[in-house]
Design a protein around this ligand. Structure first.
Ligand SMILES: Nc1nc2c(c(=O)[nH]1)N[C@H]1C(S)=C(S)[C@@H](COP(=O)(O)OP(=O)(O)OC[C@H]3O[C@@H](n4cnc5c(=O)[nH]c(N)nc54)[C@H](O)[C@@H]3O)O[C@H]1N2
Ligand SMILES: Nc1nc2c(c(=O)[nH]1)N[C@H]1C(S)=C(S)[C@@H](COP(=O)(O)OP(=O)(O)OC[C@H]3O[C@@H](n4cnc5c(=O)[nH]c(N)nc54)[C@H](O)[C@@H]3O)O[C@H]1N2
Ligand SMILES: [Mo]
Length: 768
């Protein structure tokens, strides 16, 4: 077994084109078609009886929380159908009856598997037993749980320092699993805990922390119903948070207005047919967005500045536009902001934003005359170099209007993964919280490290440099989720041991360290039974409500383990019973984990009782108008600069977005019904005028290249599709395009990769 042995694995998979079909982009979202599509998918993947049974319990008080997005279920619940098309797809994907075992891996080497697409890999189904890929081998082979724990412990002991280990978390884990995992890393002595939020809402966390004192949103679901204005900026709820449309619909029924800010006219915001009520099933559907501001990519600050500037002018004429009593009492920075907007020219801001004057006027009118305002956003704001500033500029609008800390108003960063917010709350983070460390010492009896750990970007770099050698992932698909696929692959391959706790096969299982472990786990929909007792876990939704989740389906296999149990057993093996944390007892008794969470994590209290039924809200300072943690005890109105792109004539800004048939790197299907694309993912959406100017025809095959820091990165073979998108802007799907996102280009302060504004050039592929 030569030490220079390298597996010939592909990081791209097949790039063959299938028979692409195009249709009109859809105006309507969901409705009967959505439910029909979803059920078709569910029935195919998991069979009729299983899917109906599972659906009846999804998001219900005694069932399990939907494994898809983090949008909350209403406190006053309907008796059925608290799910959406994409929730059904997520469930079907998890509860699929397809499975892979040792014989599958014996027949299929990782080299061979890596030639397939991500879609094909996922289709193989659930992983059913622990597997190991040994140095020099290209085939996974079975390993016992006991041996895999030993292997992990041995590798950890070989490290020169605990900081050579990295512990990644994706946002589907339960609070219980994430708490144990985070405490295990700290007990080892490292804060190297990158997580999917680093690539997602980290910019929101930083911006909200700096301006309002806490990194979470303040609006609750119930606040939406009687909000006067809801702004949805850089977010595609029709696909990614479909149940949010029901809340927007309720808001509109009560007379509220919805403004969407997006380079694309996303289906759902334009028209929505609610499958959960009769009107939605039979009627023509509701236009959700009253105003659509078709902003150019990453010109949201220009747009927001223009709105603020115009509102300031109106406020001078009529003192009722801004909430002066609120500004005076709770904020600082107002005068500086007003002085700053004076420096900008209205026409210039208008041109930069790309929006029409009429629509700006309409928007200003709505904002001037209403104060119950909620601003929602997702990746369209966070994944830019100025992601943090984008959000701070929108927070300015809320502060000027006094739209914080009162009913039907506030901030709403719409979280991605179903428990990404909970994972963070219970301690998955790379930074240090000395108060937390104190409570860890008191209740868990060890000294947690006081040095900041590595986030996603830094972890990739450290692995690449050989400074981190052990890489463990609690869920997720790190290779495909992270930017700069080639560089990230090189980084992972440097590691001595990579460990993946997973449900389904993905490319991070194929591009691995010298030794790799694949540890299969339950999905959230599955029963977790120990010694005859069924266990539940807790999760926290996008609005800070903690709730129980109990699976109802039979687990995919008898040889898999729950996440909390597995982590507790790894810790028991490593620390033995002499450690101050009762790991062994926690492996079987989750109440013991919850007791420790209550003691160690701020805001958690009596979780066992309070998480039942509709659950309980964690405290939020901005809801209470308590800004005591901020400078001078005031919410911070901030000054944010306009981004500079300096695009050459042949350059475009690329946004890497999700299709309607995927959950992040998990590809459910090859259609993007809402955008009229069928049976294809390697497509790039482009303005028809830009196509003309660059001599490109419909379905022409092109390559997309970025040039950053002296390096050219190219994603090959994409078909051009004419689309209603601002000039100079293009869009293509993630994760295929991650290959062109430079790992070292990220948002200031939050280090979130700039996945929504990658400067690229388009060239005709030689063979087309
Ligand atoms: N079905 C399904 N649900 C999901 C997911 C999934 O993949 N599938 N992923 C989950 C996760 S982890 C997350 S984080 C969320 C993601 O939810 P979204 O953030 O909605 O997902 P994206 O597809 O990245 O869409 C970003 C939106 O921002 C717009 N946009 C891009 N650039 C800009 C810009 O510069 N300015 C403005 N104003 N808009 C811009 C795009 O046109 C697009 O509509 O969804 C979660 N829910
Ligand atoms: N270019 C570009 N890159 C992006 C983004 C973008 O918009 N553009 N978005 C970013 C965002 S917002 C995010 S959140 C990240 C997502 O990054 P990740 O969270 O790392 O990726 P996922 O695709 O959600 O992970 C899917 C895998 O998780 C495993 N899994 C599923 N359910 C479970 C479970 O219950 N337990 C365990 N242990 N494993 C499970 C399965 O094996 C599956 O293959 O990607 C980021 N990357
Ligand atoms: Mo996300």
């Amino acid at each position: 077994m030569a030490s220079d042995f390298k597996r010939k694995v592909s990081i791209r998979g097949s790039q063959d084109f299938l028979d692409i079909k195009l249709g009109e982009p859809m105006k309507k979202a969901a409705g009967m078609l959505g439910v029909k599509e979803a059920l078709k998918h569910g029935f195919k993947e998991m069979g009729v009886v299983k899917s109906m049974g599972a659906l009846l319990q999804m998001n219900q008080d005694k069932g399990f929380e939907c494994p898809s997005c983090a949008w909350p279920v209403p406190e006053k619940q309907s008796s059925f159908a608290e799910y959406c098309e994409n929730g059904v797809k997520a469930l079907a994907d998890e509860a699929t009856s397809s499975q892979i075992d040792a014989s599958f891996f014996k027949e299929n080497s990782v080299e061979k598997l890596s030639e397939l697409t991500d879609y094909q890999l996922n289709k193989f189904g659930r992983i059913t037993e622990p597997m190991v890929l040994r140095p020099g081998s290209v085939n996974y082979e079975p390993i016992t749980w006991e041996e895999s724990y030993q292997l992990i412990s041995e590798e950890l002991k070989k490290l020169n320092s605990p900081d050579e280990a990295v512990f990644y978390t994706s946002g589907r884990s339960s609070n219980e699993a994430a708490f144990l995992y985070g405490m295990f890393a700290r007990a080892l002595g490292t804060n190297n805990m990158p997580d999917c939020s680093n690539m997602c809402h980290e910019s929101s966390g930083v911006a909200l922390g700096e301006t309002l004192g806490m990194g979470k949103g303040s609006a609750t679901l119930e606040d939406f119903y009687e909000a006067e204005v809801v702004i949805v900026a850089g977010q595609n709820p029709g696909t990614n948070h479909p149940r949010m449309l029901s809340a927007l619909e309720k808001c509109k029924e009560n007379g509220g207005k919805v403004i969407s800010i997006n380079p694309l006219e996303e289906a759902g915001l334009v028209n929505f047919k609610n499958p959960q009520n009769l009107k939605g099933i039979l009627g023509p559907g509701e236009d959700i967005a009253d105003i659509h501001l078709q902003v150019r990519i990453n010109q949201d600050i220009a747009l927001a500045k223009l709105l603020i500037k115009k509102l300031a002018v109106l406020d001078k004429l009529n003192k009722g536009v801004f909430d002066h009593a609120f500004i005076e009492k709770y904020t600082e920075g107002y005068e500086a902001l007003l002085a700053d907007v004076e420096n900008y020219d209205e026409e210039e801001l208008l041109t930069l934003s790309g929006v029409s004057k009429e629509k700006i006027e309409e928007t200003v009118k709505l904002l001037a005359t209403n104060s119950k305002i909620i601003i929602c956003w997702a990746m369209g704001l966070t994944q830019h170099k100025n992601g943090v500033e984008n959000i701070k500029e929108f927070v300015n609008i809320l502060l000027l209007k006094g739209a914080i800390g009162k009913p039907n108003a506030g901030t709403c960063p719409v979280r991605g993964h179903s428990n990404v917010q909970g994972d963070r709350s219970v301690g998955i983070m790379h930074f240090v919280d000395l108060e937390l460390n104190k409570r860890i010492k008191e209740h868990l009896g060890f000294n947690a490290p006081a040095e900041e750990g590595l986030d996603t970007v830094e972890a990739i770099h450290a692995m690449h440099e050989g400074k981190a050698k052990f890489f463990m992932c609690l869920g997720g698909n790190f290779l495909m989720a992270a930017s700069d696929t080639e560089y990230t692959a090189e980084a992972i391959e440097q590691c001595n041991l990579t460990v993946q706790i997973s449900t389904k096969l993905n490319r991070t299982h194929l591009v691995t360290g010298k030794t790799a472990l694949l540890l299969p786990t339950y999905g959230r929909s599955e029963k977790d039974i120990k010694e005859g007792v069924q266990r539940y876990v807790t999760v926290e939704n996008s609005m800070g409500r903690v709730r129980q989740s109990m699976g109802i389906l039979k687990p995919a296999s008898g040889s898999i383990k729950s996440e909390p149990e597995m982590i507790a057993e790894i810790a028991t093996t490593h620390f033995t019973d002499s450690h101050s944390v009762p790991w062994r007892a926690m492996a079987s008794d989750y109440e013991l984990i919850r007791t420790k969470i209550d003691q160690v994590i701020k805001g958690y209290k009596n979780t066992k009782e309070r998480s039942k039924g509709k659950g309980y809200y964690l405290p939020h300072n901005a809801r209470e108008l308590d800004f005591s943690a901020l400078p001078n005890g005031k919410a911070q109105i901030s000054i944010n600069k306009l981004p500079v792109h300096n695009l050459e004539k042949d350059e475009f800004l690329l946004m890497t977005i999700r299709s309607h048939d995927q959950f992040n790197t998990t590809i459910y299907g090859l259609d993007d019904r809402y955008r009229g694309v069928y049976n294809a993912r390697r497509v790039v959406f482009m303005n028809p005028e830009d196509m003309k100017q660059h001599g490109l025809s419909q379905l022409q095959v092109v390559n997309i290249s970025s040039y950053y820091d002296g390096k050219e990165r190219t994603a090959n073979n994409f078909k051009v599709i004419a689309y209603k998108i601002p000039r100079g802007n293009i869009a293509a799907y993630y994760p295929e395009t991650n290959i062109v996102v430079p790992y070292n280009q990220y948002a200031d302060k939050s280090r979130t990769p700039i996945s929504k504004s990658v400067k690229v050039k388009i060239s005709k592929a030689v063979k087309s």
